[in-house]
Structure formats: structure tokens, C-alpha cells
Design a protein around this ligand. Structure first.
Ligand code: FE2
Length: 427
């Protein structure tokens, strides 16, 4: 007898009336119309069953700290970094852990079951590193948390930067981070990329750098990152995050850069909510959007995923752990409003993000982990349009979260009262 059978589901690829059979936490079979005895059977009623959401770029050490010790008045990236610098000496491990665990609860409720979080390694005490390693341990039964050693103040620019980062890796942090555009000079930035990629290669680690999070069209560290990934044989294991300077770069240069990134197997993570908020702040009008060239990167064969980056922290006062909101913003900013473009934005918070993460056994096929979400939507387009309710969230066959379907009751003059799913449906 099966542990779980989900019947009459629609899958992201459009297949309908599908049954997903689960045994021992894995998907045993995905087939049309299967009806077999199971300990639990769920009728999906034709709604969308998707592999869970993945956030490939987050800052869990800062999350839910909005207003501590004060609010970012200018709304800029640089004031956010300064504000984070004011908050760091005040951080207490217990409070940080409590906030991070609260965020993980939000995430699970939203079907977000894997998060790659950067953790600031600039402080010699490594308080945030120890705190998030503890969070990783505590959430392991229900959420995959991957940590990136992130030298927020610059690995070369800040005293003890490389030593602190290496000690974080020694403690068990998973991925090597960096922030080349924040080093003192372009040359130092390039040197930091080389140094950190060599460190990752020597330790067998993945790389994920904040890369060119700037409106400066001459911030070209993504070029060095791609070159080093190729030189060191790190193809498929390196990510450039943000890459917002590409928005402002010269088009001729980008025509050379795109194939270089594709050849190097470097993935790009864009953070639409944050990029549209923080970039272009030095502009008058017209103001740049400041998000990287998502459709052009995708067309060149680069794996592009979307991250949330921030939720209620020194940089951003909004957010709720909803990757459909991230995809929704991404498709607007990138003008990816064709049906194919919208589906690509859904992929950016699911399958593309899984590749960045290196997540194994992800997907809706026999043998994959039974980790998926039933949405109150019939397809990925409708899911993004409605930021659809996560009716049920399973991880490895275990039900982790449920949310009642969104309904409305109407009491309209001259008409009978009615209750139901009132949100207008797509064509
Ligand atoms: Fe970030």
C-alpha cells in the first residue's frame, strides 16, 4: 500500500489528471489516472502540484530586524550596509536565531523548502555564523538551509577578512561568497574574485558572489568570475548574484560578455524586489530599473534564478517569504509578460534555483523526493498572477503546512448571497 496518493493534479508542464504516488518519502510513480490503495489519498481537483519553491539568495542573519536600531531613511544599498554595521555590534545570538526560525516558519507555510542564505563573516566573533549553523541544524528536519560565507565589508578591504571567511568554512559553512564591487579598487575586486575562486576550488566548495550590485556600467567583475570559473574547472558550481551593473553596461560589451558567462557555466541570480528598490537611487529621471538582463541571459543559455534577498531588514521593509511574489516582480521588471516568459519566471523560483543550489532529487518524477506544493491555481501563470494560496505543502511525503483556500462571500444588492473562489480566472 502507498503512503500517499495525490490524484487529479495538474503539473507545471501542463499534464493534467495526473496521479503522484508516494512511498517512503520518494515519488514512486507519476502517471495519468492511477488509482491505488494508499494510507492517504488527496484529490487535487485539477489544481497545480509543483515541486517546492527554492530561494537561491537570502540574508537570514538580517531578516526580521526591520527598524533595529533605526529605519533606512534614504532607502539606498549603502545606507543599508551602514545600518547593518550599526546593528552588528548589538546582535545577540538568541534573538538572531529566534528571528531566523520565525522566518523559516513563514517560508514553510509558503512552500519554500530550500533557502541559500548568505551569512556575514566580517565580524571576527563569527556570532552570526554560529547562530545560523544552529538554525541550519534545527530546521534540517523540514527545510534545506545552505549557508554562504559572505564577507560583507570586503574580504580584502576589512581587517582579517579572509581569515574570518576561512574560519567560517572550517565551521561548516557550505559555499564561498564575495563582494568584489565593494573592495577598494577594481583591481582589488578582481583579485578578491581570483583568491576566493581558488579557495573554493581547493576546498571543493561552490561559489556565490554578490557581483556588481551597482549601477556603475564599468563594474565588470562578472567577467573575472566567469574567467576564473572556467580556468579552475568550476563550471556549474559558480553563481554571480545581482549583476545589476549589466543593466547599465554598453551593449557591445554585453554582446561579448553573454557568451563568456554561458561558456563558463556560471549561473546568475537576480533579486527583482531588491534590485528595483535599491538600484537607480542616484538617478533623477529617467531612472534605471537596475535589474540584470534576465531574458537576454536566459536566451544565451545561462541558468538564471530569482532570489528574495531581503525580508524586513536594513535594506527592505517588505516581503513575506513568498517566491511567487518574487517571480511576479521579476516578470514585470524584465517585461517577461509572454506566456513563455511567465513560465520562465516560474522556473526561476523552482527548477532553475534547484540547479544553483545543487539540490538533489528535486522534481516531479519517479525517484525524486516527495517534496511539493498544491496551489490554488490551475497552472504556473495563474499561480504567479494570484500569488496563489499554498493549500498543502509536503516534504519527503510528510504534510508540513496547510492553508485554507481563499474564498470570498458576496452580499450584493439584488442578487443572492454567494461564497466561493471569486477571483476571476484566466482565459
Ligand atoms: Fe544579497
Amino acid at each position: 500500500m502507498l503512503d500517499l496518493l495525490i490524484r487529479n493534479a495538474t503539473l507545471p508542464d501542463g499534464r493534467s489528471e495526473m496521479s503522484v504516488a508516494v512511498q517512503d518519502g520518494r515519488i514512486a510513480e507519476v502517471t495519468a489516472g492511477l488509482d491505488a490503495p494508499a494510507a492517504q489519498t488527496v484529490d487535487a481537483q485539477g489544481l497545480l502540484l509543483t515541486p517546492h519553491f527554492i530561494d537561491p539568495h537570502f540574508h537570514m542573519d538580517a531578516t526580521l530586524s526591520y527598524g533595529l536600531p533605526r529605519v533606512n531613511q534614504s532607502g539606498t544599498l549603502l545606507e543599508g550596509i551602514a545600518l547593518w554595521g550599526e546593528l552588528k555590534p548589538l546582535l545577540k545570538a538568541e534573538a538572531l536565531i529566534e528571528r531566523a526560525l520565525a522566518y523559516c516558519d513563514w517560508a514553510v507555510a509558503k512552500g519554500l523548502l530550500a533557502i541559500r542564505s548568505h551569512v556575514d563573516t566580517s565580524d571576527a566573533s563569527l556570532l552570526a555564523v554560529d547562530a545560523l549553523l544552529e538554525v541550519r541544524r534545527q530546521v534540517a528536519p523540514y527545510l534545506d538551509l545552505q549557508l554562504v560565507a559572505f564577507p560583507q565589508d570586503g574580504v580584502l578591504r576589512s581587517p582579517g577578512g579572509i581569515d574570518n571567511l576561512e574560519r567560517a568554512l572550517d565551521k561548516g559553512v557550505d559555499v564561498v561568497g564575495g563582494i568584489p564591487h565593494f573592495e577598494r579598487t577594481m583591481a582589488e575586486g578582481a583579485a578578491s574574485v581570483k583568491l576566493l575562486c581558488e579557495l573554493a576550488a581547493a576546498r571543493g566548495k561552490r561559489v556565490d558572489m554578490h557581483c556588481d550590485e551597482s549601477d556603475d556600467p564599468l563594474s565588470r567583475h562578472i567577467e573575472t568570475l566567469a574567467f576564473e570559473a572556467q580556468r579552475l574547472g568550476l563550471q556549474g558550481r559558480v553563481t554571480g548574484s545581482h549583476c545589476t551593473s549589466m543593466h547599465s553596461m554598453d551593449n557591445y560589451y554585453v554582446s561579448k560578455l553573454l557568451p563568456l558567462i554561458a561558456e563558463s557555466g556560471v549561473a546568475v541570480v537576480s533579486n527583482p524586489l531588491i534590485n528595483i528598490t535599491l538600484q537607480g537611487r542616484h538617478d533623477s529621471y529617467p531612472k534605471r530599473r537596475g535589474m540584470t538582463r534576465v531574458p537576454e541571459l536566459m536566451a544565451a543559455g545561462v541558468n538564471v534564478a530569482f532570489g528574495h534577498d531581503c525580508v524586513m531588514d536594513p535594506w527592505y521593509g517588505m516581503g513575506s517569504g513568498d517566491m511567487l511574489e518574487v517571480a511576479h516582480m521579476g516578470l514585470h521588471v524584465a517585461q517577461m509578460t509572454s506566456q513563455a516568459g511567465i513560465r520562465q519566471c516560474f522556473d526561476a523560483v523552482t527548477v532553475n534555483a534547484a540547479k544553483v543550489f545543487g539540490l538533489e532529487n528535486y522534481g516531479l518524477e519517479a525517484g525524486c523526493d516527495a517534496s511539493f506544493v498544491l496551489l490554488q491555481a490551475r497552472d504556473p501563470v495563474e499561480a504567479i498572477r494570484l500569488r496563489a494560496t499554498r493549500l498543502k505543502v509536503w516534504r519527503r511525503g510528510q504534510l508540513l503546512a496547510e492553508t485554507p483556500a481563499a474564498t470570498a462571500s458576496l452580499h450584493l444588492p439584488g442578487r443572492a448571497a454567494q461564497t466561493g473562489w471569486m477571483i476571476p480566472r484566466g482565459a
